[in-house]
Design a protein around this ligand. Structure first.
Ligand code: SF4
Ligand code: SF4
Length: 83
C-alpha cells in the first residue's frame, strides 16, 4: 500500500521490555508480531495509525515525521478548507 512520504514507524529494540501490550488487539493491520522473543514491525503493511505508539509506555515505538511531510498535509488541508 502507499504510505505518506516522510512518515515512518520507528521501533527502538533497546527500550522494548517485551511487555506484549502492543501485541494485544492493538494493530489493525496485524503488523506487529513476536519473532524469536522480540517485537517485529512489518513496515510494509503498517498503516501509520499510531495506535501502538500510544500503548507503549517504554517509548519504544514512535511515529516520526519530517517537516516536509507535515507541510504537505497542512497544505492539502488548507486547499480543502479554502474551496
Ligand atoms: S508495548 Fe512497547 S515495550 Fe511493550 S512489547 Fe510493545 S514495543 Fe515492547
Ligand atoms: S502504527 Fe498502527 S498499523 Fe502501524 S504497527 Fe502501529 S498499530 Fe500497527
Amino acid at each position: 500500500m502507499d504510505h505518506l512520504d516522510g512518515v515512518s514507524i520507528d521501533f527502538d529494540e533497546d527500550k522494548c521490555t517485551c511487555c506484549g501490550k502492543c501485541l494485544k488487539n492493538v494493530c489493525i493491520a496485524e503488523s506487529i508480531s513476536l519473532k524469536d522473543g522480540k517485537i517485529s514491525i512489518n513496515k510494509d503493511s503498517c498503516l501509520l495509525c499510531g495506535l501502538c505508539v500510544n500503548k507503549c509506555k517504554q517509548n519504544a515505538l514512535n511515529l516520526s515525521y519530517i517537516d516536509e511531510a507535515v507541510d504537505n498535509v497542512i497544505n492539502r488541508m488548507y486547499k480543502l478548507i479554502k474551496y
